[in-house]
Ligand binder design. Structure first.
Ligand code: MG
Length: 250
């Protein structure tokens, strides 16, 4: 069942989303060659706790970090480690959730480390574009397939692989709620209603679609080892324009 959020729930979610956005603002500032994913995790934890929120990911199904930090060919769910240090030319995807007043905000962004190749710039730009194409379809009266199709069209135009096994999801009292949202058209005509909140999160690859899970049982990587990008916002359908929940409140 898809839960429509009340005015009060939305208020708390926007505060959770604000904290997620604060973490991303800081990530953008501190990601540079030489920093470890564990240092990034510590910085994120500190910001979340200073804002009287809970790191949603920590302990979720036993996950050991507040962020997922996935480098280059890693798609999602990378475990923070002192031994994982980014270098010039890498990309790193940071996914983070914050729970405030019992409500969750969830957002991801892929950051370049120093200078990256033109191909990688195209991957990042296109994946971000596909996210916003999806967000534009998060409207009362549309169907889930409208979001999926919009994401797929942008990926196809640039001949990028679309990760099939993972996708967007409803979010609210829990990080993962109904519905599941595919990043490609599947014929899902579930109606979107105002009050629905969905984390829209395309994961696109410079190579093929295929991904695999590492022996650590978390880290998902592309099979062909080509780089992958991940951009995610938590988005509310309103009676008017879609509202991005994971943004800094003014
Ligand atoms: Mg998510």
């Amino acid at each position: 069942m898809i839960h429509r959020k009340s005015r009060d729930e939305i208020k708390r979610m926007r505060h959770a989303g604000h904290i997620v956005a604060l973490v991303h603002k800081k990530m953008k500032e501190v990601i540079e060659p030489g920093i470890s994913t564990l240092e990034l995790d510590s910085i994120a934890t500190k910001i979340i706790k200073e804002n009287r929120a809970i790191p949603t990911f920590l302990g979720y199904n036993g996950f050991p970090g507040s962020i997922c930090a996935s480098i280059n060919e890693e798609v999602v769910h990378g475990i923070p480690s002192k031994d994982r240090i980014v270098k010039e030319g890498d990309i790193i995807s940071i996914d983070v959730g914050a729970t405030y007043g019992g409500m969750v905000g969830d957002g991801a962004w892929t950051y370049p480390v120093g200078n990256v190749t033109d191909e990688i710039k195209r991957l990042l730009k296109t994946t971000e574009e596909s996210l916003f194409a999806g967000i534009a379809q998060m409207r009362d009266g549309n169907v889930l397939d409208d979001i999926s199709s919009a994401i797929e069209a942008v990926a196809n135009r640039e001949k990028l692989g679309i990760v099939r096994q993972y996708g967007g999801h409803g979010v609210g009292h829990n990080m993962h709620e109904d519905p599941f949202l595919f990043n490609y058209k599947v014929g899902d005509h579930t109606l979107i209603k105002h009050g629905y909140v969905i984390a829209i999160e395309p994961m696109l690859n410079l190579g093929g679609d295929a991904v695999e899970v590492a022996d650590d049982e978390w880290t998902v990587s592309t099979v062909d080892k080509k780089p992958s990008a991940h951009f995610e916002h938590t988005v509310l359908a309103t009676e008017d324009e879609p509202l991005i929940i994971t943004q800094i409140l003014q």
